[in-house]
Design a protein around this ligand. Structure first.
Ligand code: PMP
Length: 368
């Protein structure tokens, strides 16, 4: 099989040019005389790679100077545990807003360390909406408010730029923390609205194994809780995210991906492309006369992850088989929800989504 259109939720599709460059440097990086995976993180080559990656990410996301950028091993779940350790006093209140599976995961990582308050949750409606902000029960003395910008499994996204979409709340003096794992760099984000933004890389930023934390520097003055050095954001920042041996390969490929996104026109370009791709797919679902359905409140439908169900789940396996035959992979929905899910991150071209829509229509003609 040639390279397919890969709709996997993460690890996810990467741009072919990034993979080709990574392949080329797998054997020898520049004139280092060794592979990129064989050279020291303390050497001039990698120090340069790390600095470029940060500079490019800062340009891509328009990260202001008063925000620090950390590149840390592991995924988003790790950061979900480190946020309370770094920014909440022991047992201090922290507010969490649950709009899907990953918000709930974040509460489980934080629960041992904070007085956890679920300020709002759409669990009762199967995570198909975002509760209106005026119904959130926020605490005045919270260390922070945590939201999930895009829920990768349930396909629910805060949509600050969409008329009628759900904006991020103004939380006043309490900093807003957001898990942007599955939507970072897909549209401009007003960083100063947030105290911290974090993301695992394996959706829009590169390969799995590394995460990015963007945090307002003044928050790093908080004492947080007793923790090992390796869990301390302040110490990581002082060590340029190299308190220990960092995941150099992942960092390098993430850097290639940042560069690719800049070359493609940056987040404004990806915002337009994402709207086009998601628009095409939702139109196909909504126009199928019920053969396919997406159940999320239209105002907060995700542009990145489009979950959908066939009207008869008995057809799921046949759909996936025909998709694979047509060169479309990674469409099986998460085990929590079942059904299908198309993840359409930045590297997925419009042609890939058109191929999926063509397949859906052909499948419906055969089975409708
Ligand atoms: N948050 C979100 C929004 C996610 O999509 C994921 C992974 N799918 C996670 C957190 C967990 O990330 P990781 O597996 O990198 O820890």
């Amino acid at each position: 099989m040639a390279r397919a259109y890969n709709f996997s939720p993460g690890p996810a599709m990467l741009p072919e040019s990034v993979l080709l460059e990574a392949r080329a440097t797998m054997l020898e990086y520049g004139d280092a005389g060794a592979s990129i995976v064989e050279i020291s993180h303390r050497g001039a080559e990698f120090i340069d790679i790390a600095a470029r990656a940060e500079a490019d990410l800062r340009e891509l996301l328009a990260i202001p100077a008063d925000y620090a950028v950390l590149f840390l091993p592991g995924g988003a779940t790790t950061q979900q545990a480190l946020l309370p350790l770094n920014f909440a006093a022991p047992g201090q209140r922290a507010d969490y807003v649950l709009t899907g599976h990953w918000g709930a995961t974040a509460t489980r990582q934080a629960a041992p360390y904070v007085d956890l308050n679920v300020a709002a949750s759409s669990e009762a409606d199967g995570y198909r909406s975002i509760p209106p902000v005026d119904q959130w029960k926020l605490s005045k003395d919270a260390a922070y408010v945590h939201v999930t910008a895009n829920e990768t499994i349930h396909g629910v996204e805060f949509r600050p730029s969409k008329p009628g979409g759900h904006a991020f709340p103004d939380t006043g003096d309490v900093p807003l923390f957001a898990d942007f794992s599955s939507s970072i760099a897909s549209e401009p984000v007003d960083i100063p609205r947030f105290g911290a933004i974090y993301a695992g890389a394996q959706k829009n930023l590169g390969p799995v194994g590394i995460g990015v934390v963007i945090v307002r520097r003044d928050l790093l003055a908080r004492a947080g809780q007793p923790r090992a050095d390796i869990f301390d954001y302040r110490l990581q920042l002082a060590a340029d995210s190299m308190l220990n041996t960092p995941p150099t390969w992942n960092w390098y490929v993430a850097g290639l991906t940042f560069r690719w996104m800049l070359e493609q026109g940056g987040v404004e370009a990806f915002a337009r492309r994402s709207d086009d791709k998601a628009g095409l797919l939702y139109a196909a679902i909504d126009g199928s006369g019920g053969f396919y359905r997406n159940e999320v409140d239209r105002a907060v439908r995700s542009r990145m992850n489009v979950p959908f169900f066939l009207h008869d789940p008995a057809l799921d396996e046949a759909f996936l088989a025909q998709a694979r035959e047509a060169g479309l992979i990674g469409l099986k929905g998460h085990r929590v929800t079942g059904g299908m899910r198309a993840s359409i991150y930045n590297p997925m071209p419009l042609e890939g989504v058109q191929a999926l829509v063509d397949l859906m229509q052909d499948f419906q003609r055969r089975h409708g």
